[in-house]
Design a protein around this ligand. Structure first.
Ligand code: TRP
Length: 460
C-alpha cells in the first residue's frame, strides 16, 4: 500500500502540471459547446448570473473539497473515501459517492464523445474550405444534413472514442501537459478573433446585452437547476474526476490557489465563447435557443467570412477537440484508478473495456439526433441523449457534489481539513466550515426541492 502511495503522489511532478491537468479537465465542451447553448435556451443574462453565483458559492467549495479528499485519501475516489472514513472511524457508506461517480463517468463519457465526434468532423469540414463564403442558411443546412446521417455521426464518434482510449491506456500525465499548455492559450486567442469578427459584423453589443443584462422574469426554476448542474459539469465536479487527479498531487500544492485559478480560467473561457457565439447569432438574425447545434451553426459562418478562415476555423475545431480530449481522459480516471486497484487488469485492458461500454451507450446518443429522434422518455419528453445529459447534469453531479461537501463539512475531523487547507485564523476556519458544511449542501438541496415541486405541479 505504501509503495502505491509514493508512486501515485509522484505522478504530477510539480504543482504546475497538476494545475494544467485539472484545467484541461475543466475546460472542454462544457465551456465552448454547452455553456453557450444552454445560456441561449434559458434566456441569457439571468441564467448567466445564476451560473456565476453557482460557480462561486457551490463550485469553488466543492472543487477545493474534491482536491482535498484526493490529496488526503491518495487513491481512487472510492478507495480514498474508504481509507479516510476508516482512518477517522466514520461510516464507510460515504464511499457511495465514489461508486456513483464511476457510473456517472460512463454515462457522461458516452455522450460527451458523441459531441466531440461532431467537433472532429468539423475540423475536416473547416480545413476543406467547405464554408468559405457560406451564409447562415448554408451552414445550418450543412449541420442538419450531417446529423441526419447516423453512419457519419457514428463514424466520428468512434474515431474520438478510439483516440480517447488510446491516451487513457497510456496513462494520464503523458501528453496532457503539452496539450493543455499550448492549446488553452490558442483557444483563447481564437475566441478573441471570433469576438473581433463579431464586433465587425455588428452583433457584439447585442451579445453583451444578452449575456449580461439579467431579466429575472425569464428565469424558470428549471433554469436554476440547469445552471447549478452546469457549474458542476464545467468544473468537472461531483463524480470524483478532480478527486482522482488530486490523488496524484504533490503535498505542497495549495488547494485554494489551484481551485481559484481553475475556476476563473474555466469561467473566462465560457464567457468568451458565449460572447463570440451570440455575436454571430445576432449579427445574422439567428435564434439564441437553437439547442445543441448552436456552436456548429454559428462559428463556421464567421470563419467562412474571415480571410484565412478555413485555416483558422480548422484550427479552432482542432483545439476544441483537444480540449474535449483532455476532459474525456479525466472522466475515465476514477474508473481506471478504481479497477486497477481492485484487479490485475492492465491500464490498457481497462481502457478498452471502458471504451466498449461507452461506445455501446454512445450509439443511443448517436441515434437520438436522427433515427431515434422521436423515441422519447415518457413524462419528460427526453431523447436518449437528453436523458443521459439531464440525469447526469441535473441529478447525479449535484447529488455527488452535495455529498462531497457534507463529507468535508461534517464527516472528516475539522482539524484535518483546516490543516490541509492551511487555515489558521479562526475566522477563516469558521467561514470555510459554514460554507462547505451548510451553504453549499443546503443550496443544492433547496434547488432540488424547488425543482421537484415545480415538476410535480407541472404534471398534476
Ligand atoms: N468539465 C468538462 C467540460 O466542461 C467535462 C468534464 C470532464 C466533466 N470531467 C468531468 C464533467 C467530470 C463532469 C464530471 O467539458
Amino acid at each position: 500500500m505504501s509503495e502505491q502511495v509514493t508512486e501515485r503522489s509522484d505522478m504530477w511532478s510539480n504543482s504546475y502540471i497538476f494545475v494544467l491537468a485539472a484545467a484541461g479537465s475543466a475546460v472542454g465542451l462544457g465551456n465552448i459547446w454547452k455553456f453557450p447553448y444552454i445560456a441561449g435556451e434559458n434566456g441569457g443574462g439571468a441564467f448567466v448570473l445564476v451560473y456565476l453565483i453557482c460557480i462561486a458559492v457551490i463550485g469553488i467549495p466543492v472543487m477545493a473539497s474534491e482536491i482535498m479528499l484526493g490529496k488526503l485519501g491518495r487513491a481512487s475516489p472510492i478507495q480514498a473515501l474508504l481509507n479516510l472514513t476508516r482512518k477517522h472511524n466514520r461510516s464507510t457508506n460515504w464511499s457511495i459517492v465514489g461508486y456513483m461517480g464511476v457510473v456517472t463517468g460512463f454515462l457522461i463519457l458516452s455522450f460527451y464523445a458523441v459531441i466531440a465526434g461532431w467537433v472532429c468532423y468539423y475540423i475536416v469540414r473547416l480545413f476543406s474550405g467547405e464554408f468559405t463564403g457560406a451564409d447562415a442558411n448554408a451552414v445550418g443546412e450543412a449541420f442538419g444534413a450531417f446529423l441526419a446521417d447516423p453512419m457519419q455521426v457514428l463514424l466520428w464518434f468512434s474515431i474520438f472514442m478510439v483516440i480517447t482510449i488510446f491516451f487513457v491506456a497510456r496513462g494520464v500525465t503523458r501528453g496532457l501537459e503539452l496539450c493543455v499548455r499550448y492549446s488553452m492559450p490558442a483557444v483563447f486567442v481564437l475566441l478573441l478573433i471570433l469576438i473581433g469578427y463579431g464586433i465587425h459584423a455588428g452583433g457584439f453589443i447585442e451579445s453583451m446585452a444578452f449575456l449580461f443584462t439579467p431579466d429575472f422574469s425569464s428565469l424558470s426554476p428549471q433554469a436554476i437547476l440547469i445552471a447549478l448542474g452546469h457549474a458542476f459539469f464545467t468544473l468537472s465536479l461531483g463524480m470524483g474526476a478532480i478527486m482522482a487527479y488530486g490523488a496524484y498531487v504533490p503535498q505542497d500544492v495549495s488547494v485554494g490557489t489551484t481551485t481559484f485559478t481553475i475556476a476563473i480560467l474555466d469561467t473566462v473561457l465560457a464567457l468568451l465563447a458565449g460572447l463570440a457565439i451570440f455575436a454571430i447569432v445576432f449579427a445574422y438574425g439567428l435564434v439564441p435557443g437553437a439547442g445543441p447545434g448552436l456552436l456548429f451553426e454559428t462559428v463556421p459562418i464567421a470563419f467562412g467570412n474571415l480571410p484565412g478562415g478555413a485555416l483558422f476555423g480548422g484550427l479552432f475545431f482542432l483545439l476544441v477537440a483537444l480540449a474535449a480530449l483532455t476532459s474525456a481522459i479525466s472522466i475515465s480516471e476514477p474508473v481506471i484508478a478504481y479497477v486497477s486497484e481492485r484487479s490485475r487488469l492492465t491500464r490498457a485492458q481497462i481502457a478498452v473495456i471502458i471504451g466498449v461500454v461507452c461506445w455501446v451507450l454512445g450509439v443511443g446518443s448517436v441515434l437520438s439526433f436522427n433515427v431515434w429522434s422521436d423515441v422519447k422518455l415518457a413524462f419528460f419528453e427526453w431523447t436518449f441523449f437528453d436523458s443521459l445529459d439531464k440525469l447526469t447534469q441535473l441529478v447525479l453531479l449535484p447529488l455527488g457534489g452535495m455529498l462531497i461537501a457534507l463529507i468535508v463539512g461534517h464527516v472528516l475531523p475539522k482539524a484535518v481539513v483546516y490543516e490541509e487547507l492551511g487555515l489558521i485564523r479562526e475566522k477563516a476556519q469558521q467561514s470555510w466550515s459554514y460554507i462547505v458544511g451548510y451553504v453549499t449542501p443546503i443550496a443544492v438541496f433547496a434547488v432540488f426541492i424547488i425543482e421537484a415541486i415545480r415538476e410535480i405541479q407541472a404534471h398534476l
